[in-house]
Write a protein that binds this ligand. Structure first.
Ligand code: ATP
Length: 577
């Protein structure tokens, strides 16, 4: 009984670790059994090689973390089914290796080690015998520790990044979150936790056997993590129930029907997997209760703290330049020889008919597309070909044409994400975990900056609301606010006014002017020419991937070529591009 309980608690540890990748990282990882094997067989081999138990567990966890980081990097670019398939294949690969090399796995009998294990501390000259009850205490403590660690991490910088990784990876990148590295790091942690769990099970049972770490186990652990979803406390408990209930139920069914237990276990797991979406609904509904309280007294909203420029940017200095930019997607040329100058303290509108290449230009300038020719300069520095993360670090951030939401993060937390992404703090998650003093200073600075941007973008009154409760125009403003929060000097805004009514566009125009007055260089892609003429200092008109005209609103409006493009409209200032 105690052995069984301890076994399930160790598996729960593995589920909690897996939830990091599945529920927080948004990656369907189906190879947790393989990492249990690394820990389980690793500890058996390392002990045989003469390492003390604690050292063997540690080395096993480090090995698994390295393997996890590697698999994580390899799968980080994949999504959904592709991740599930490749990690499932990895689980089979490890299982096949164990099957094929009895020297590694001990054959069908497994690797036997002396049980019960004894832990000896030479410092205190104490020897502790790991009885099944001791294992229950150890495994239970590990569960609580893992839960506490995950809960603490979720409340800190890591939690913000995880929400973005899971819900909107492209947005995360645009805010400076290194998505691939973060996914790999989550994978490594998942693997390390699994290895410790696997080592615990080997020590508990006194044997590491291939049949205990089959791909079926990976599937069961995945089901458990999936059911738990993001419900931190009772989600994993539900997961544990799945793990605990399925095997005996399968055995009972097998006995009754005269089937092999493993076959019915597989069928039941498959049934559980099908049932997961049904279970997830109530779990997520419960977990999805809006957790945030208003974090600030109301007077903060009316706070009259200076909203003026933080950077003494010399107004009208050219910040971002495109020279003869050629951009293609696949074999298709989209932009040809585009020249553009975006100046500090100015709103520069980029207009043109549908499909003329405005979004493509924004993507290229943001580092999301590598130009085929030409150069991009940030002040004097050539940044052609720098990736998105590098551009965010250098102060160039873009927003998206469609509204990209982060359902679980309040506007305030979304801005914190931007602040963190724009000025990353090394090892922020680890430092937050151990409550380092310097992190407190960073947190206070990020808090101040998030509130400054909230007020700047007129969203302070919505700071702790659920994003889904924001109006369409507030959500568009929030997109701009997130980009501003990264500390960007250059804002590349893709149709921020989409879905806004007339009065809401007035608010947006006011915000854009305020940002420009603060020294920002804004490149605004927009179809609404009334808004453009109300807010822009300069306009560039694109047509079929080429610059048709560039100049003041008046000069471009009077340009015959521009008027021709806006066919049938003799007054472009009233047209929709
Ligand atoms: N991923 C892609 N693959 C192939 N062609 C693409 C891709 N993205 C855009 N294009 C093409 O590139 C051209 C320019 O598209 P882009 O979205 O930059 O134009 P736009 O001026 O922003 O248009 P809109 O005003 O409709 O947003 C279009 O002809 C479009 O079909």
């Amino acid at each position: 009984m105690m052995v069984e309980l301890a076994h399930h608690l160790y598996l729960l540890v593995a589920v909690l670790g897996l939830a990091l990748s599945v529920s927080y990282g948004g990656q369907p990882v189906l190879c947790q059994g393989a990492f249990l094997a690394v820990g389980g067989f690793g500890v058996a081999h390392l002990e045989r090689a003469g390492l003390p138990l604690a050292g063997a567990v540690l080395v096993g966890a480090v090995l698994a973390a390295c393997a996890g980081y590697l698999v994580g990097l390899l799968t980080a670019r994949l999504r959904g089914a592709a991740v599930a398939l490749s990690t499932w294949a990895f689980a089979w690969l490890v299982y096949a290796v164990l099957d094929a090399f009895p020297t590694v796995s001990g054959g069908s009998q497994g690797l036997v080690r002396p049980s019960p294990a004894r832990l000896h501390s030479p410092v205190f000259d104490v020897t502790v015998t790991l009885t099944p009850l001791a294992h229950v205490v150890v495994a239970g403590s590990m569960c609580l520790l893992t839960l506490a660690m995950v809960a603490r991490l979720t409340r800190g910088p890591a939690g913000l990044e995880w929400a973005a990784l899971r819900e909107a990876p492209a947005l995360a990148t645009s805010l400076g979150v290194p998505v691939l590295r973060r996914r790999a790091a989550l994978f490594a942690t998942t693997a390390a936790v699994a290895a410790v769990s696997g080592a615990g099970i080997t020590v508990l049972l006194g044997v590491a056997a291939p049949s205990d770490v089959s791909p079926l186990l990976s599937l069961q652990l995945f089901v458990a993590a999936l059911i738990g979803g993001t419900a931190r406390l009772w989600g994993p408990v539900l997961g544990l129930l799945v793990i605990a209930v399925i095997p005996p139920l399968a055995d009972g069914l097998a006995g009754a029907a005269g089937l092999p237990a493993e076959a019915s276990g597989g069928v039941l797991t498959a049934v559980a997997l099908v049932a997961v979406p049904l279970l997830r609904v109530p779990v997520e509904r419960f977990a999805g209760r809006w957790p945030e309280r208003t974090r600030r007294p109301g007077e903060r909203v009316e706070d009259t703290e200076d909203l003026a420029p933080r950077t003494a940017a010399s107004r009208e200095a050219v910040v971002l330049t495109a020279r003869g930019l050629d951009v293609g997607i696949g074999e298709t040329d989209i932009l040809t020889g585009v020249d553009l100058e975006v100046r500090a303290g100015q709103v520069h509108a980029l207009i043109g008919p549908n499909g003329s290449g405005k979004t493509t230009a924004l993507r290229a300038l943001a580092g999301a597309l590598r130009p085929k020719g030409g150069r991009i300069l940030l002040e004097e520095t050539d940044v052609t070909g720098a990736g998105q993360l590098e551009m965010v670090r250098r102060g160039v951030t873009r927003t998206f044409q469609r509204t990209v939401g982060l359902e679980r993060l309040s506007p305030y937390r979304q801005l914190l994400l931007g602040v963190r992404g724009g000025s990353p703090v090394p090892f922020a998650a680890v430092r937050h975990l151990f409550a380092s003093e310097s992190m407190r200073d960073h947190a206070a600075a990020a808090d101040r900056e998030a509130w400054r941007v909230l007020r700047l973008t007129e969203l302070a009154g919505r700071a702790s609301d659920r994003p889904g409760d924001l109006g369409a125009s507030e959500q568009r403003l929030l997109q701009v606010a997130r980009a501003v929060a990264t500390g960007a000097r250059v804002l590349l805004l893709d149709e921020p006014a989409v879905g806004m009514t007339g009065p809401e566009r007035v608010v947006l125009a006011r915000v854009l002017r305020r940002l420009a007055a603060g020294g920002a260089a804004i490149l605004l892609v927009e179809h609404d020419l009334a808004l453009v003429h109300g807010v822009a200092d300069r306009i560039t008109v694109l047509d079929r991937g080429r610059v048709l005209a560039t100049g003041t609103p008046e000069s471009t409006a009077a340009d015959p070529a521009v008027r021709r493009v806006y066919l049938g409209d003799t007054d472009p200032s009233s047209a929709r591009g």
